[in-house]
Design a protein around this ligand. Structure first.
Ligand SMILES: [Zn+2]
Length: 465
């Protein structure tokens, strides 16, 4: 019997939880704003990658892998990219290609499944220009004297529907630099006229490049059609980026753009906002020097995706301890191949909590129940333990966890070390010989190496402390 999923998600368009009803259950469409590629991915990027990877995995579980279409774009041209490439004295493409490769490495390390499509702005200039032309034709955009093309926010009646902001309030409340080329200070750029020596593309308005917002409207429409199910990204993108995407797309196509908007919360570091200037800014690579990337992933899934996530070494240490518990349960138990059945009460519970706006924290709690069962059965009922291990790994897969070799996780890079195995043999021999001085000396040495020995009926195993 297949589980009757009742997926509910928090839609930021209505600002309430809603039952998820896809436009077409044969082709469920998810678009997420990806990286601007000019530097290493940081922990905030890791959160976007992982949160939407879990949402993608779960939609695949409900609708079937081939019925879910996931697109995550890459912004490979903008002011920061041009500035960094100039600083480095290299072509901007060399810079962006390098950081796209590094982003793929980070994603893979974090267990993130590649999206079905990963469109780049520079490869969609034709679609971007066409959409700007549509907006100009329909009177939603205008070419200014300086060669830029702007979106006229006052022409779009529903501006502010996603962020709950009202144009009149915005104009009264916020100080915006006066720009004489704009008709309204909140008009935003669709096409930027090229400055000398900048990378540029031909357009009906002369050489230039696109604004950031139009890229996502043009690429999502190109990959998914005018109207699709879910658009996601970090909370910082809700305004103005996503508000502007709605204004552009709905004005250009004349139909509704997206049914459900999902945003993940901010990452804070030791209860402070993460920023380069505060010096509390971590790239994924920096954190990986201390922690297995799976620990980062586990840590990110301990909070609900909408909540702010507070990063601290203590939280990472807790995540590491939790994963150690789960992998220790799996270690040395044969893992049965099982099919998830909702008649199994733990599977039903997992689906229920994940159906409720992707409650990964509660999903993790189910994994611990299964791990406890493995520990309870491992000596008395090896077959039952093996079934439970299969269940744990299958549920873990939906969160992108526990897919590695348990011993590799527990032993880290020193796994398979002949030196350690030789030391264990020497220590066991010393104990047989009642050479306590030598066995104590080896014990101290293991301790200094950060290694814990575990003596069991099948001999001595070890793991990292
Ligand atoms: Zn975007």
């Amino acid at each position: 019997m297949s589980f009757n999923h009742q997926l509910v998600l928090h839609n930021n368009l209505s600002n309430q939880k809603e039952r998820f009803e896809p436009i077409d259950a044969q082709r469920v469409r998810l678009y997420v704003c990806g990286m601007t590629v000019y530097d290493y991915c940081h922990i905030g990027h890791a959160r976007v990658l992982i949160v939407f990877d879990v949402i993608y995995r779960y939609l695949c579980q409900i609708y079937g892998r081939k019925h879910v279409h996931y697109v995550r774009n890459v912004t490979d041209i903008d002011d920061k990219i041009i500035a960094r490439a100039n600083e480095n004295g290299e072509p901007f493409e060399a810079l962006t290609n390098r950081y796209i490769d590094l982003m793929h490495e980070d994603s893979e390390a974090l267990g993130v499944i590649p999206p079905d499509e990963e469109p780049r702005a520079t490869m969609h200039m034709a679609q971007i220009i066409t959409m700007i032309e549509q907006l100009v034709e329909k009177g939603f955009a205008y070419a200014a004297e300086n060669g830029d093309v702007y979106y006229a926010v006052e022409k779009f009646d529903n501006y502010g529907q996603l962020s709950g902001k009202d144009l009149a309030d915005l104009q009264a409340g916020e100080r915006v630099a006066v720009d004489e080329s704009k008709q309204n200070p909140f008009d935003f750029v669709l096409w930027k006229a090229a400055k000398p020596d900048e990378p540029s593309w031909d357009s009906p308005w002369g050489k230039g490049r696109p604004g950031w917002h139009i890229e996502c409207s043009a690429m999502s429409t190109h990959c998914m059609g005018d109207h699709f199910d879910i658009h996601g990204g970090g909370l910082d993108l809700q305004f103005p980026h996503h508000e502007n995407e709605i204004a552009q797309s709905e004005a250009a196509t004349g139909c509704k753009f997206v049914n459900y908007w999902i945003h993940n919360g901010f990452v804070r570091i030791d209860d402070e906002k993460m920023s380069k200037s505060l010096g509390n800014f971590f790239t994924i690579r920096e954190v990986q020097e201390k922690y297995d990337p799976e620990v980062i992933r586990y840590f990110i899934l301990t909070s609900h995706y909408r909540s702010p996530l507070n990063y601290s070494d203590t939280h990472l240490d807790n995540a590491k301890a939790a994963l150690t518990t789960l992998y220790t349960a799996l270690n040395g138990v044969e893992c049965a191949a099982i099919k998830l059945s909702s008649e199994e009460p733990r599977v039903e519970r997992f689906f229920k909590v994940m159906d409720d706006d992707f409650n990964t924290a509660e999903g993790l709690a189910v994994l611990f129940d299964v791990a406890h069962e493995i520990n309870r059965l491992r000596d008395s009922d090896p077959k039952g333990a093996s079934q439970a291990a299969g269940l744990l790994v299958s549920l873990g897969e939906l969160l992108g966890l526990l897919q590695g070799d348990p011993l590799r996780f527990l032993q880290g890079e020193q796994g398979g070390s002949e030196e350690i195995e030789a030391m264990i043999a020497a220590r066991n021999q010393a104990r047989v010989d009642k050479n306590w001085a030598e066995s104590d000396r080896l014990r101290d040495e293991f301790q200094a190496m950060g290694i814990v020995l575990e003596d069991g009926p099948d001999g001595t195993t070890w793991r990292k402390a």
